[in-house]
Ligand binder design. Structure first.
Ligand code: COA
Ligand code: MG
Length: 292
């Protein structure tokens, strides 16, 4: 099940809620979405003041851009208060860390319902532990029920490396099988899926390669840690000119009077089926929302 592409999530930038300078910079940055972080990027001693930074940002919230708040685990010391602080901000989404079972999503959803949160407030889930990977099918299945609010999965690759003991290599060879499981599960549940971050934000060549690979693996976008990464992610997760002209050709091919009731046609010596037409239409719709 391909997600609808009315909402672009090519470049999704984390910014620590405790970093006033980063928050001030957000409105000027061309990322599709931002995740304001209360969790890993905020030191224990800053957790409370970080909530104040959050409130200040949303008071004069920049229009248009999707804004998501990542809270601490609800079962822990800060999570429940984070969730209330997040609710008060009316973000587009709340990102739950360390999700391990469908129950984690359902319980957070119950709290949102009890607080009369808008239906449009969605839940995002970090997939970053071995248990989450083993339960990924059941977690993603919630995407088929809009009442669950689940909209997007986010690969937490730093945590996965730490929790499993695999070696983090430049080609991510030991992570790739798990990343592909996430993509598969997301598609089964009709969810968006975002790749994990690249820590080495000064190496733009390696980053562009990682983005291209993530796009080829089927990810909708990449989570980012630094503004320098935005442009490459936007580029990699936008349809290429080549793909667009192919898509236009497919649409034109099926639109021709002689092909009106055909299920399969031949274009430039290649078989093209009606499913390719739907794929082509999706791609063109995505390009239209990018303005390409
Ligand atoms: N969001 C918005 N703005 C950011 C930013 C971010 N994630 N990271 C850096 N910037 C801003 C800086 O404030 C600085 O702004 P200025 O031009 O007004 O001075 C500019 O971009 C250049 O930043 P730079 O000096 O290169 O980086 P830094 O040393 O200030 O920050 C990090 C480096 C890694 C500490 C910072 O990028 C960061 O905190 N990233 C997010 C980490 C995070 O959220 N992790 C959790 C998920 S993995
Ligand atoms: Mg994490």
């Amino acid at each position: 099940m391909m997600p609808d592409h009315t909402r672009l999530r090519r470049s999704v930038l984390y910014a620590p809620a405790s970093n006033g300078k980063a928050l001030a910079k957000l409105p000027s940055l061309p990322c599709d979405a931002a995740i304001i972080d209360l969790e890993d990027a905020v030191a224990p001693g800053d957790k409370i003041t970080a909530r104040e930074g959050l409130a200040a940002l949303f008071e004069k919230r920049p229009a248009g851009r999707e804004l998501v708040i990542r809270i601490n685990p609800i079962s822990g010391e800060w999570g429940a208060d984070d969730l209330q602080a997040a609710l008060a901000c009316q973000p587009d989404g709340i990102l739950l860390p360390k999700v391990e079972t469908p129950r984690d999503i359902l319980e957070a959803g119950d709290i949102l319902d009890d607080n009369d949160a808008r239906d449009t407030l969605r839940l995002w889930a970090m997939i970053e532990t071995p248990r989450a990977l083993l339960n990924i099918g059941a977690i993603a299945e919630l995407g088929r029920d809009p009442a669950s609010r689940l909209a997007c999965l986010v690969a937490g690759t730093n945590d996965l490396v730490k929790e499993t003991g695999i070696l983090a290599t430049p080609d991510r060879r030991y992570l790739v099988p798990w990343l592909m499981q996430m993509v598969l599960a997301a598609r089964a549940g009709g969810l968006d899926i975002l790749d994990g971050v690249s820590n080495d934000f000064r190496d733009s060549e390696a980053f562009a390669r990682e983005c291209a690979e993530a796009a080829a693996m089927g990810f909708d976008g990449k989570t980012l840690i630094h503004p320098a990464q935005i442009e490459a992610a936007n580029e990699a997760f936008s349809p290429s000119q080549e793909a667009l002209s192919e898509a236009r050709g497919i649409v034109a091919g099926f639109a021709a009077a002689e092909n009106e009731d055909k299920g399969v046609i031949v274009l430039n010596g290649r078989m093209v089926e009606r499913m390719h037409l739907h794929q082509a239409e999706n791609l063109l719709a995505k390009a239209a929302s990018i303005g390409k």
